[in-house]
Write a protein that binds this ligand. Structure first.
Ligand code: FPP
Ligand code: MG
Length: 298
């Protein structure tokens, strides 16, 4: 598998290099590769033809572009255990490099089928809308579960669903069922991500821990906690928008214990829907992806 992932990274690199602007290449080299979950997902559905590897590179470029922009929006200095591009260079560089990556991805998309192009481009609109909703929700304390779920579906699950659907389209499989699988996997993935933000430390996450609430993001554990009692709601409102010290963070983390379990339960419900679909589609690898995603530490 690692060999194929290396090949995908090489394709991405060549696409970025094709413009022959050394400064772009030197910045691109500083982006550390992540888990490449979306590529692994695609490769679990379609065999690694030239087209399929290109699809993987396109999706990884879009994912990296969205994180380059997201780190500027979130003012994050750490990404995948390394300084973010906005920290190493500056915000302007990060935004412009993001533009290069996602427009290169869209250009390459024109070489794949119209259906794949539609699926991927629709998901990029969705993830951009999700990011806008996420930022908007962070301006005041959001305690609405439905809005949170809508936001994570747009921001995270849409690209995972499009990756799964596009792989199925290239492999001539039932793309709607694979889209549904990806959507449920993606929602579970983001809930787990939001849980790990609270339970894991910075070294494990490769990015700051307890960062969501600091940015005004009341993710699922906070929403459950808020609705448990009037005292809890008051506590969250009193802490909202404040810079918490280490002790305050620890205390908040401890009080979230039950809500974290409840959030995990909802993640597991989405994960089960994805697993059931994987098994119905006769794809054991997709079931293993769900299990690994749930059990991960970062
Ligand atoms: C991470 O969320 C961000 C996303 C999943 C999507 C970001 C999307 C955009 C910025 C839209 C622009 C799109 C393109 C293609 C240029 P997070 O902040 O919750 O996760 P984190 O803790 O890993 O930063
Ligand atoms: Mg972020």
């Amino acid at each position: 598998m690692q060999q194929i992932l290396d090949q995908i990274n090489k394709i991405s690199k060549n696409l970025v290099q094709s413009h022959d602007v050394p400064y772009i290449e030197s910045m691109f080299e500083k982006i550390s590769t992540g888990k490449m979950l979306r590529s692994k997902l695609i490769l679990s559905i379609a065999s690694p033809s030239e087209e399929v590897l290109k699809l993987c590179a396109i999706i990884e470029l879009i994912q990296s572009a969205s994180l380059l922009h997201d780190d500027v929006i979130d003012e994050s200095k750490l990404r995948r255990n390394a300084p973010s591009i906005n920290a190493l260079f500056d915000n302007k560089a990060s935004i412009m490099l993001g533009d290069v990556l996602y427009s290169s991805a869209f250009y390459e998309l024109t070489f794949l089928s119209l259906e794949v192009a539609k699926s991927v481009s629709r998901s990029v609109t969705a993830l951009s809308a999700g990011e806008i909703l996420d930022v908007e929700l962070g301006k005041s304390l959001n305690s609405n579960l439905e809005t949170y779920l809508k936001m994570i579906e747009l921001k995270s699950a849409s690209l995972i669903a499009a990756s799964s659907e596009s792989a199925a389209l290239l492999a001539g499989l039932d793309h709607k069922a694979y889209y549904e699988y990806g959507l449920n996997l993606g929602i579970a993935f983001q809930i787990i991500d939001d849980i790990l933000d609270i339970t894991q430390d910075e070294a494990t996450l490769g990015k700051p821990s307890m960062n969501d609430f600091a940015q005004g993001k009341t993710t699922l554990p906070y929403i459950y906690f808020y609705h448990e009692s009037k005292e809890n709601a008051k506590l969250l409102e009193s802490l909202f928008g404040k810079k918490l010290d280490g002790l305050q963070k620890e205390a908040l983390k401890n009080s979230l214990e039950e809500s974290l379990l409840k959030a995990k339960k909802l993640a597991l419900e989405y994960a089960k829907k994805a697993s059931d679909l994987a098994l119905k589609l006769g794809n054991q690898k997709l079931d293993s992806i769900v299990k690994a995603m749930i059990e991960r530490d970062f």
